[in-house]
Design a protein around this ligand. Structure first.
Ligand SMILES: [Zn+2]
Ligand SMILES: [Zn+2]
Length: 597
């Protein structure tokens, strides 16, 4: 979770790999071609790593000066020549020690460092033409197969994502099977740039980041409105579904993390403090503390399920080099819940969680998809427990009529899980929600029991689940999904009243008052500016509705209604605007339908 792309790459691989789909193989091969081109043009540059990533690839180089756009154009040209030469990717294996000597002699210290960190005895090298790289492969057959590619950008990147390390120069690129796919991708990229939540966050005064607290947003009043509306919605739904909200401490003694196992497996991601000669940590997750709620009372089979929810503020020590806007933060507000239930209740509980997930995402026009991850090697618990648990998850997915993908071996060692992804308006895939069965971790480590009908103490099952995942990331995704034009219930300002001139200021004030009394978030723009300017300003601010008022409106008790989409809905009675706007907010509709005839 807290690993950087590089770490994951380095760790997974043992050597280097990419998961061998045709596209990622193509992209990874293109990264080799790019490295070859860079070495031709800049022989002194050292090569670091070059994985395939979502939609493309990158390669990191040690180079004193950043690459310029002109450099990228030259590199692309050199790549085209390499492609034309159609060099075969030749694989050869050698003992690790030999590879270390080989790359040391070639003056490639990063390859040496990677090799020194590997456990494998033998490693593989790939050669195409005059370029050799340490790599597990696979690759395409020859460079001639790489036809559709483009270099996109370059930026500084710390070696292994660690700011204490040297700054390398990373070049990002993309490669596709057809020109048409590349064109579509470039369009999406352009659109994504316009929608970038960091840019919109600044422009719409939602949130900002400052280097006094890397990876933690400062929520501005407008952004806080969105945060609060999401919380309000979350609470309504959870209250209606039998969840009990709690709040547990942020600063926790390390004893707890030793008991939960986090100290052993997760402590490098935790912020630690010494307090009165004891070690404490900021909590990176809520799970262990929720067991205190469970253990607060003696539980009987009749008390279960117990659904404990918490909007918890968590901290994870993400490396500063990997922090990206709201998508990767150090301070996370997680919409967490832990459900403690009897084994025979698992299916119903998971069915309920999936129902909630669908209810949440429908609201945002986001289409969820589901993946069921089953037992990995070295799982804890018994095969019978796992069989029953996995069966319950299958049945719950079916009960909701959901199509799903099975990911064999992808579950946690303490239980199977369902991961929920969404696709946004640009077709990007996000993993957000999760429902994770926990057969052993919390129940065993914290010795959780309930008294069953037969009078014996039994272990409950714990279900960890989150729906937004984190508020920060979810708001980032929503910002990009809606391009800042939030549905009216989330919009920081829902309506703006615009008098056409100061003659009508009294009526405008009355309209403003009226909406305010109906608890609509409304602003009065009576600035001494032209109407056209003020309309454009409201559109730029993505205010859902503009209520323009002049003499005729004042006389008839109407407003001239303009949604931010640019339509003109004409004169609408003020009463109707208030009624319909209130209803639209209450129903949390995405569509702006007030005053539509
Ligand atoms: Zn490779
Ligand atoms: Zn948990």
């Amino acid at each position: 979770m807290a690993e950087s792309e590089e770490e994951r790459h380095l760790k997974l691989t043992g050597e280097f790999d990419c998961d061998p789909t045709p596209l990622s193989t193509l992209r990874h091969s293109t990264s080799h071609v790019m490295a070859q081109a860079v070495k031709r043009l800049f022989p002194d540059v050292k090569v670091a790593i070059g994985p395939a990533i979502d939609d493309g690839f990158y390669y990191d180089f040690a180079k004193a000066e950043p690459f310029t756009p002109e450099d990228l154009a030259r590199i692309e040209k050199a790549m085209a020549e390499i492609v034309k030469a159609d060099y075969v990717f030749e694989r050869r294996e050698m003992p690790r020690a030999e590879a270390i000597a080989y790359f040391r002699e070639r003056g490639e210290p990063y390859k040496v460092e990677i090799l020194e960190g590997l456990a494998a005895d033998r490693v593989s090298l790939y050669t195409q033409g005059d370029f050799v790289d340490l790599c597990r492969g696979p690759h395409v057959r020859s460079t001639g197969e790489i036809t559709v590619f483009k270099l996109l950008s370059s930026s500084g990147a710390y070696w292994r994502g660690d700011e204490k390390n040297v700054m390398l120069q990373r070049i990002y690129g993309t490669a596709w099977l057809t020109q048409d796919e590349l064109d579509k991708y470039l369009w999406r990229l352009e659109e994504a740039k316009k929608r970038d939540h960091r840019k919109l966050g600044r422009e719409l005064d939602l949130f900002v980041f400052h280097d006094v607290s890397p990876g933690a947003p400062f929520w501005l009043p407008a952004g806080m409105v969105i945060f609060r509306e999401l919380e309000r919605f979350w609470r309504e739904v959870h209250d209606a579904n039998g969840y009990l909200e709690t709040s547990t401490p942020i600063l926790v003694n390390k004893k707890l993390w030793e008991q939960s196992g986090h100290w052993e497996y997760y402590s490098e991601n935790m912020f630690k403090l010494e307090v009165e000669e004891q070690t404490f940590s900021l909590k990176p997750m809520n799970c262990p503390e929720s067991t205190y709620v469970y253990r607060h009372a003696l539980r009987s089979y009749r008390d279960l399920p117990l659904r404990v929810a918490e909007i918890g503020r968590l901290h994870r020590n993400e490396r500063s080099g990997t922090l990206t806007g709201l998508f990767r933060v150090r301070q996370i507000t997680m919409d967490d819940a832990h459900i403690y239930c009897r084994p025979d209740q698992v299916q119903d509980e998971i069915t309920g969680v999936l129902g909630l997930v669908r209810q949440f995402y429908k609201l945002f026009d986001l289409e969820p998809s589901f993946k069921l991850a089953t037992r990995p090697e070295g799982y804890l618990g018994t095969a019978e427990q796992w069989d029953a648990a996995e069966r319950a998850l299958h049945e719950a997915l079916k009960a909701n009529g959901l199509a799903y993908e099975v990911k064999p071996g992808d579950g946690a060692f303490y239980g199977p899980k369902i991961d929920i992804h969404i696709e946004d308006v640009l077709g990007r895939d996000w993993q957000i929600a999760t429902a994770q069965l926990d057969l052993t971790m919390l129940p065993e480590r914290f010795d959780l029991t309930y008294v069953d009908a037969d009078g014996h103490a039994k272990r409950p099952v714990a279900i960890h689940r989150a729906i937004f995942g984190s508020f920060e990331r979810f708001i980032g995704i929503l910002t990009e999904h809606f391009a800042g034009a939030f549905p009216v219930w989330l919009a920081p300002v829902q309506a703006r009243v615009l008098p056409i001139s100061e003659k009508f200021i009294d009526y405008a004030r009355g309209v403003h008052q009226r909406l305010r009394a109906a608890r609509i978030r409304v602003e009065l723009d009576d600035r001494n500016e032209k109407l056209g300017y003020r309309i454009r300003d409201a559109q730029v601010r993505k205010v859902p509705y503009m209520l323009v008022v002049g003499g005729r409106e004042a006389e008839q008790g109407t407003v001239s209604l303009r949604p931010r989409t640019g339509e003109d809905r004409g004169a609408v009675p003020l009463d109707r605007v208030v009624t319909e706007l209130t209803a639209e907010i209450a129903s949390r509709a995405v569509d702006l339908s007030v005053g539509r005839s």
